[in-house]
Design a protein around this ligand. Structure first.
Ligand code: FAD
Length: 551
């Protein structure tokens, strides 16, 4: 099986450099990860490169919902609603540890975008189109019932509510679990490796020159087909191609804020109207509540989008309009993130009106680009891309590439014993974790974060107990070892942001253990002092940026 350990970076590079693949995927967000898995599962020889860490683009900065896209009904995006609605079930089935059904309250208020009548019709149409399961269909609530389940809501103008289901996920971990499965199925994947130019044979694209972002070395990959799955960067990659098409993207920014749950103690998630006719989510998670998102045109730095005071104050205003007693202020904010949407350009549309549909383009040289789309629909997007490649291969070769198989492929961590329900699986592993000396909360976190792979974390804990010399809690250290050896974690930021999402949902933990963990990683990875200082400053910069949101 291919390695996905950052300790084996040199070996992986050796296997990639000057080698020939059926498919090279550029971009290690959810789109690229999904394509790599689909193509590997159909027997193609695949390489995937990512210039930063996996999921450090849009795929680690979303609202973290596997959702049916109720709001897209308004724009009559029926096909999109149908697709993502149905995909929710498949993602849930294949990664139950990463997709939790989430009851979502939609309050209906006088003057809002829906009245009782239109809400009833919208829900009816939505559930038919999205193929919502019977047990997850909506319930209509009176004003009193709505307030009973969410007493914090503004009472003035409230008419009633609807309770419906979405699924909550961890976007970065979903991307990494898809990639882990792709690697287990044959993909060679590597992060911190940037595509810088292309090579051609008779004007057809046949390879890429790549740059190691860690040590500055240059390598080359040859591939029969190349897919540009670079999200907000697809135009930049297009610019590297001699025969590129016109720029395709319109980028918008969306931000989220995180507060302690006690500051906004909602009983379940809610999705509510804003004063400017948009919709915003408030979602409880791990003792916090997060709120988002904005949707504004953006043409600044796409690697480091920032939360401005205008973004922050907009979200605070929206949430205080609906939960007036809470009086949230900037000082209450614990964390937050900004992400950018790679939407396919359409003229004369407002930011929230641009379609979220994906589109596929092929340049004259053969570079295949996929832009737009949703985290939720990643599997179908991958299916479409690999179908295009399979058709090309099938037309030129005697070998037949099979149809898409990912419908039935469990993601890494999703291989739960069929004799257990998910809650039984959780119970058994929580007890196992407690036996190993973890607290109940720690055991619960590990089991729901890693799913069936929690067994590997428990093994690490067991082996550490013999001779543990680090001054870092075993709960944290065991995850660090696992993420380095099994999830290609390279830097402390990779760990705290995209492997365990503490920077967003437990920033105190990062402040307490961050720099000790840097020293520990230096020992494990053999970094020199310069590199160690670089990574230490990088982590501190992320913490400082979050502290700035409060000011
Ligand atoms: P990215 O995740 O950006 O991946 C592209 C990758 O390409 C990047 O990691 C980048 O580093 C890499 N790359 C770029 N150039 C190069 C190069 N030269 N060489 C190598 N690698 C390169 N969808 C949902 O379904 N549910 C939600 O709740 C949701 N909420 C959202 C909220 C916000 C605020 C935003 C912005 C989006 C949201 N979305 C949601 C949409 C979803 O997040 C995106 O559609 C999806 O993450 C896009 O993934 P991607 O892989 O195409 O792009």
């Amino acid at each position: 099986m291919n390695s996905f350990s950052s300790k084996n970076r040199v070996d992986i590079i050796q296997q990639i450099n000057n080698s020939s693949f059926d498919l090279l995927v550029i971009g290690g967000g959810i789109t690229g990860a999904g394509i790599a898995l689909d193509a590997s599962a159909r027997g193609l020889k695949v390489a995937l490169i990512e210039m930063q860490d996996f999921a450090s683009g849009t795929s680690g900065r979303s609202t973290k919902l596997i959702h049916g896209g109720l709001r897209y009904l308004k724009q009559l995006e029926l096909k999109l609603v149908a697709e993502v609605g149905k995909e929710r079930d498949i993602v849930h089935k294949n990664a139950p540890h990463l997709t939790k059904p989430e009851p979502m309250l939609l309050p209906i208020a006088k003057g809002g975008s829906l009245n009782k009548f239109t809400a009833r019709i919208a829900m009816f149409v939505y559930e038919i189109i999205a193929g919502v399961k019977k047990e997850e269909r909506h319930t209509f609530l009176s004003k009193e019932e709505t307030l009973k389940i969410e007493p914090l809501l503004k009472q003035k103008d409230l008419i009633g509510g609807i309770l419906f289901y979405e699924y909550r996920t961890d976007d970065a971990r979903l991307t990494i679990e898809v990639l882990k499965k792709a690697v287990a199925t044959g993909t060679l994947a590597i992060n911190y490796m940037k595509a810088t130019s292309f090579n051609y044979t008779n004007d057809n694209i046949t390879g890429a020159n790549i740059h190691d972002e860690i040590n500055g070395n240059q390598y080359q990959i040859n591939a029969k087909y190349i897919v540009n799955a670079c999200g907000p960067w697809v135009d930049e990659i297009g610019d590297l191609d001699q025969k590129r098409n016109k720029h395709k993207l319109q980028i918008t920014k969306g931000i989220h804020l995180v507060v302690d749950w006690k500051k906004l103690p909602i009983k379940q998630s809610a999705y509510f109207d804003t004063f400017d006719n948009r919709m915003i989510f408030v979602i409880p998670r791990e003792g916090k509540t997060y709120i988002g998102t904005t949707d504004t045109f953006y043409n600044d730095d796409i690697i480091h989008p920032k939360i401005t005071n205008i973004d922050r104050d907009y979200i605070l205003k929206c949430v205080n309009d609906y939960f007036p007693e809470q009086k949230l202020g900037a000082a209450d904010i614990e964390s937050g993130w900004a992400g950018i949407r790679p939407l396919v350009k359409k003229s004369n549309k407002g930011a929230s009106e641009i379609s979220r549909k994906d589109e596929i383009f092929e340049s004259q040289s053969g570079l295949i680009t996929i832009a737009g789309g949703k985290l939720t629909g990643y599997r179908k997007m991958a299916n479409r891309i690999v179908d295009i490649i399979a058709k090309k291969i099938n037309s030129t070769n005697k070998i037949k590439i099979s149809n898409c198989k990912t419908n039935n492929i469990k993601l890494s961590g999703g291989e739960i014993n069929k004799n257990f329900t998910f809650s039984e699986f959780m119970e058994v592993n929580i007890l196992r974790g407690i036996d190993l000396g973890l607290t109940k909360e720690e055991a619960q976190k590990l089991t729901s974060r890693y799913g069936s792979n929690v067994a590997e974390i428990f093994q690490i804990i067991e082996s550490l107990k013999v001779d543990y010399a680090y001054n870092i809690p075993i709960f944290l250290f065991s995850q660090l070892i696992y993420s380095i050896e099994k999830e290609m974690c390279v830097t402390p930021s990779d760990f705290f942001i995209r492997r365990i999402s503490s920077l967003y949902f437990d920033i105190e933990l990062v402040k307490e253990w961050g720099q000790k963990l840097v020293v520990c990683m230096q020992n494990i990875q053999g970094w020199d002092d310069n590199l160690t200082e670089h990574y230490s400053l990088e982590l501190q910069k992320s913490i400082n940026e979050i502290d700035e949101i409060k000011k």
